[in-house]
Write a protein that binds this ligand. Structure first.
Ligand SMILES: [Cu+2]
Length: 149
């Protein structure tokens, strides 16, 4: 761009501020368009990445374990604490009334057998897995009521 052109443009802008506004407007529109395109690009890239975690989610299993020797809230918290230490276990919910433990776990990291074993090692029967007698002995007196009956 030579001096003359620059001068002409400047003069034009001074004389016709409207055209400058138009230019500004266009520049803004272009910026907005680019931003929009970039956003769409980023969003679609994220959408493409999403299926991966979904695959992992699909491997989360829910199991309902019979825990017939559970008698109180203390039992429930003992089991919950024990299961928290099991690799792959996501959630644990012990229902004292129904005597069941609902456990969600990543099947890639854990198995039902491992979960049953963890409950048994905490002193409670889990499905057909019998409790560890030594662990049972260490439980609070209130948690041993099933043996007295
Ligand atoms: Cu108890």
């Amino acid at each position: 761009m030579n001096c003359r052109k620059v001068f002409a443009t400047l003069t034009n802008n001074i004389l016709h501020p409207l055209s400058k506004q138009k230019e500004n407007h266009m520049a803004r529109t272009i910026t907005l368009l680019i931003t929009a395109l970039l956003t769409i690009g980023l969003l679609s890239a994220q959408t493409k990445q999403k299926p991966e975690p979904k695959v992992t989610d699909a491997k989360v299993e829910t199991t309902v374990i019979q825990v017939p020797t559970v008698v109180c809230g203390s039992c429930a918290s003992t089991i919950t604490k024990a299961l928290k230490k099991v690799n792959g276990v996501k959630t644990t919910k012990v229902d004292v009334e129904k005597k069941i433990a609902t456990v969600t776990f990543a099947s890639t990291k854990s198995t039902l057998t491992k979960i049953e074993k963890a409950i048994a090692n905490a002193g409670y029967d889990a499905n057909s897995t019998k409790r560890d007698p030594a662990a049972y002995e260490k439980l609070d007196a209130c948690c041993k009521q099933d043996a007295k009956e």
